[in-house]
Design a protein around this ligand. Sequence first.
Ligand SMILES: C[S@@+](CC[C@H](N)C(=O)[O-])C[C@H]1O[C@@H](n2cnc3c(N)ncnc32)[C@H](O)[C@@H]1O
Length: 210
Amino acid sequence: MRLRFKENAIPEMKENPQIFFGGKENKGKWKEIFGNDNDIYLEIGSGRGDFLVEIAKDKPNINFIGLEVNTNAFVVCSRKMKESELTNVRGLISDAENLEEIFEGEEISRIYLNFSTPWPKRRHHKRRLSHERFLNRYKNIIKDKAILELKTDNRDFYEASLKYFEDFSMDIIEKNENLSEEKSKYISEYERKFRNKKMPIYYIKARFNK
Ligand SMILES: C[S@@+](CC[C@H](N)C(=O)[O-])C[C@H]1O[C@@H](n2cnc3c(N)ncnc32)[C@H](O)[C@@H]1O
């Protein structure tokens, strides 16, 4: 059953016009794809898409793109998108390493990092999606003063991310070491899992300065 599911993930998503593979051919054209001038918010590492679909339902005047490398997780997101019949959400199968090849400067107005892999080992810190290496990529695709919002269950990752943002001259607008469910509003699969275990949710809202 599991194997069948994996084998079918890519062909199934290829049938969904809301899902793009690679996305490099769309650089500079994302507004055309959505058919309007609304802001585009990007979630990196969307997993099964619970957050992405919920926020897109709630904010019809914003366009949302979910980026994910894991096709087995993202096929679930693809199904949710289809069922919801939303017109303001798209999915992108790619690695965050490629962001500057997918988006032109200023195409993105906000970035969400929800429960990103914390990569605890020092030699892997460069892979963290809040690391300076990625902040430089984000800077090249966002509007000036764009907001980045991060949620995590991992205290070390939260503290390290605060430091990465400050060292990158970003303004910390808000930080919270126990974000309430009411304030969190759109709950991802991982957030639900950690909340069920009564674990604290860490949150950062920061602003880029170009
Ligand atoms: C721990 S899961 C969290 C999934 C979801 N955001 C949630 O909160 O339920 C982290 C996700 O980020 C994705 N991811 C990690 N590094 C990535 C990268 N460089 N580019 C795109 N996706 C990435 C992983 O494939 C995984 O699905």
